[in-house]
Design a binder for this molecule. Structure first.
Ligand SMILES: Nc1ncnc2c1ncn2[C@@H]1O[C@H](COP(=O)(O)OP(=O)(O)OP(=O)(O)O)[C@@H](O)[C@H]1O
Ligand SMILES: [Mg+2]
Ligand SMILES: [Zn+2]
Length: 510
C-alpha cells in the first residue's frame, strides 16, 4: 500500500501542492527520499527516526521509499518532516489513511517528537482553505493560520503524541484561536519636526499619491526624521492588504509573535546590505527587503553609499511592483509594490549649497558623489527635494500646531478621491496615482489648455523622458487631489515639474 499525505512547496508566495508518498517494501533496511529534495529535507530522515522513537515507534527495518511528487519541483525547507512522518505512520498502521485525507500538513520535528514552528503557515492555510482542505501545522503557527478563515479545520498539535491521540479520539485537539491584531506603539509624529514646511508638504504629496521621494540635504537637517514619520500619515492597510503583507512576512519567518497588523511595513536596510538581502534569493530564495516592504515604505538612507548594482536591481520592482529571482532550475516571483523614500547628502563632505560653504574638492565633491546613482534609477523618483539646514531660530520655535493626525486626514481624503476615480474606470487594483497605468493617465489627469501649453514648452526645454512625462502628470494629479480640484491646473504641473531632475548623475547637482 502507498500512504499519501498532502503538503506544499513554496514558489514565491504561491504554495504548490506536493504529495508525500511512502511505500514500505521488503528488502535490506533503507530510508530513501526522492523528488528534488534539498539537504534540509534529506536530513529529515534522522529527525523523523528519532521523533518516532521518542513516541515508542521504531522505523520499519525494511526498504522505505519516500517520494515527494511532483518530482520535478524543488523541495526546500524543514516543513516536510511532519508530512513525511505522518505518511510513514499511515503505512505502519498507526494512523488511518482517511484521517489525513483532506488535510494539508506542514511542520518540523524535534528529536523528542515535538513539532516546531515553520515559515509559511499563513499562505499554506489560505491555500488549503481555497482547496476546501484543512491544515495540520505546529502549535506555534496555529494562531497565524487561523486568520485564513474562521471556519476552516485547523489542527495545531504540540507534538506527535497529541496528534495520534486526536486521531484515536483519546484527546481531541481544539481549533487554535486567531492571534490578536498587533496594537501599535504610538508612531513618531510630524509635530516633532520644526520648520521644513516644504519638505513636510512633499512628504504629504508622497503619502497621498504613493510617489517615490528623495530628500537631499546637509547632515542633521532632519531627512531621516521626516522619513520615519511617513508611516504616521499613511492610511492603514485594508484587511485583504493585511493578509497579503502578512503572507510574505510569514514566509520569511518574520511574522512578529504571529500577530497581524494593519500598519504598513517600513523597512530601512543598511547600505551594506547585499543584493540577496535587498532583492531576495539567497540559499532558500527567501523574500528580500523590497518584498518585506510590499505595500509599505522602503527607506534607503545615505542612498549613494549603496552599491550601484544593488540600486539598479531595484529598477525592475520599482517599475512593475514585483521581483523575479532566478534559481537554478526555476524562477520565483515575489510581490514588491513599495513606496521608495531615500535620503542623501548633496556631496561627499555633505555641505554643498550651504551659504558661505565651498567644497574643498570643488565641483568634484558633488559630481563624484552623485554619479554613484544611475540616471534610470533617479528617473523613477518623482519627488526630489532639498531639505535645507536648520537655523537656530527655526529650532527655537515652539512645536508646530499641525501634527501627523491632521496631515493624515488630508492624505486619506485625497486617497479616497483616487480610489473612487479608479474604481469608476474599472481599475480595482489601482489605489494611488503613482500606479495609474499610462493608457488611462490622460483620461484621469485631464489638463486644462493653459496647462497643456505649459507642459509642451517645459518638455521641449528640459528634454524629459516619456516616463518623466507620465510621472509629472501623476504627481500633478495628486496635487490636484489634495486640493480637491477635478482638473489638473498649470500650477499643479509647475510644482510637479519642480520636483523632478534636481539631480543628474553626469554633472549637475544641487
Ligand atoms: N527640523 C528639525 N526639527 C527638530 N529637530 C531636528 C530637525 N532636524 C534635525 N533635528 C535634530 O537633529 C537630529 C538629526 O536629524 P536627522 O537624523 O533626521 O538628520 P539627517 O538629515 O538624516 O542627517 P544625516 O544626513 O547625517 O543622516 C534629529 O534627531 C533631531 O534631534
Ligand atoms: Mg540621516
Ligand atoms: Zn562637498
Amino acid at each position: 500500500m502507498i500512504a499519501r499525505v498532502s503538503t506544499v512547496a513554496f514558489v514565491g508566495v504561491k504554495p504548490c501542492q506536493v504529495e508525500v508518498q511512502v511505500r514500505i517494501l521488503p528488502g535490506l533496511p533503507a530510508f530513501t527520499i526522492v523528488g528534488l529534495a534539498d539537504k534540509a529535507v534529506v536530513e529529515s530522515r534522522e529527525r523523523i527516526r528519532s521523533a518516532l522513537n521518542a513516541i515508542g515507534l521504531s522505523c520499519p527495518s525494511k526498504r522505505v521509499t519516500i517520494n515527494l511528487a511532483p518530482a520535478d519541483l524543488p523541495k526546500e525547507g524543514t516543513h516536510y518532516d511532519l508530512p513525511i512522518a505522518l505518511a510513514l505512520m499511515v503505512s505502519m498502521g498507526v494512523i488511518p489513511q482517511d484521517a489525513l485525507d483532506g488535510f494539508i500538513v506542514l511542520g518540523e520535528l524535534a528529536l523528542d517528537g515535538s513539532i516546531s514552528r515553520v515559515a509559511g503557515a499563513l499562505p499554506a492555510a489560505i491555500d488549503a482553505n481555497a482547496r476546501n482542505s484543512g491544515l495540520i501545522c505546529p502549535a506555534d503557527c496555529g494562531p497565524e493560520a487561523a486568520w485564513a478563515d474562521p471556519n476552516m479545520s485547523i489542527l495545531a498539535p504540540r507534538n506527535l503524541v497529541a496528534l495520534v491521540n486526536h486521531f484515536s479520539g483519546t484527546q481531541v485537539l481544539s481549533r487554535p484561536l486567531m492571534s490578536p491584531m498587533r496594537v501599535e506603539r504610538s508612531l513618531l509624529d510630524l509635530r516633532d519636526v520644526k520648520g521644513q514646511e516644504s519638505a513636510k508638504h512633499a512628504l504629504e504629496v508622497a503619502a497621498a499619491g504613493g510617489h517615490n521621494l528623495l530628500m537631499i540635504g546637509p547632515p542633521g537637517s532632519g531627512k531621516s526624521m521626516l522619513a520615519m514619520r511617513l508611516l504616521s500619515i499613511l492610511p492603514p492597510l485594508s484587511p485583504p492588504e493585511m493578509l497579503e503583507v502578512s503572507m510574505i512576512h510569514s514566509l520569511a519567518g518574520h511574522l512578529d509573535q504571529q500577530c497581524l497588523s494593519d500598519r504598513r511595513p517600513f523597512r530601512s536596510p543598511h547600505h551594506s546590505s547585499s543584493m540577496g538581502a535587498l532583492i531576495g534569493g539567497g540559499h532558500r530564495g527567501r523574500p528580500g527587503e523590497v518584498s518585506l516592504a510590499h505595500l509599505g515604505v522602503l527607506f534607503l538612507d545615505e542612498l549613494p553609499e549603496f552599491p550601484i548594482h544593488v540600486l539598479d536591481s531595484l529598477r525592475q520592482p520599482l517599475e512593475n511592483g514585483e521581483v523575479a529571482i532566478a534559481r537554478v532550475n526555476h524562477r520565483i516571483v515575489y510581490p514588491a509594490r513599495v513606496q521608495l523614500v531615500a535620503a542623501m547628502n548633496p556631496c561627499r563632505c555633505g555641505m554643498s549649497g550651504m551659504p558661505g560653504h565651498v567644497c574643498m574638492r570643488g565641483s568634484r565633491c558633488v559630481t563624484e558623489y552623485v554619479s554613484r546613482l544611475s540616471g534610470p534609477f533617479l528617473d523613477r523618483i518623482d519627488l526630489q527635494i532639498v531639505v535645507p539646514a536648520m537655523s537656530a531660530s527655526d529650532l527655537l520655535l515652539p512645536a508646530p500646531e499641525e501634527g501627523s493626525a491632521e496631515v493624515a486626514l488630508r492624505v486619506a481624503s485625497a486617497r479616497k478621491r483616487q480610489i473612487e476615480r479608479f474604481t469608476a474606470l474599472g481599475l480595482e487594483t489601482v489605489r494611488v496615482n503613482a500606479l495609474c497605468p499610462g493608457n488611462v493617465l490622460e483620461e484621469v489627469a485631464s489638463v486644462d489648455s493653459e496647462g497643456q501649453d505649459f507642459l509642451r514648452a517645459a518638455f521641449d526645454k528640459l528634454y524629459l523622458s516619456a516616463r518623466a512625462y507620465h510621472r509629472v502628470l501623476k504627481v500633478a494629479r495628486t496635487l490636484a487631489d489634495l486640493e480637491g480640484e477635478p482638473v489638473v491646473l498649470k500650477s499643479h504641473l509647475a510644482e510637479a515639474l519642480h520636483y523632478r531632475r534636481l539631480l543628474s548623475p553626469c554633472g549637475s547637482g544641487i
